[in-house]
Design a protein. Structure first.
Length: 67
């Protein structure tokens, strides 16, 4: 349920907003990887979640470009 609502939220955004979200998610992923490398990360499953969110954002961007 949570994922479906997130995807619907993404589809409602414009291309520029999606690009901003993509940049923010990539920065978050970088920070999580950095924390993991220095053994400061508690919730390692967050890396997987952010990677999947990046893929979802890129998918919606591609769908909008084809439409």
């Amino acid at each position: 349920m949570k994922i479906k609502s997130y995807v619907e939220e993404l589809k409602a955004k414009s291309a520029s907003e999606l690009n901003e979200d993509l940049v923010a998610a990539k920065k978050e992923l970088f920070n999580l990887r950095f924390q993991n490398a220095t053994n400061q990360l508690d919730n390692t499953s967050r890396i997987k979640e952010v990677r999947r969110n990046i893929a979802r954002i890129q998918t919606v961007i591609t769908e909008k470009a084809k439409a």
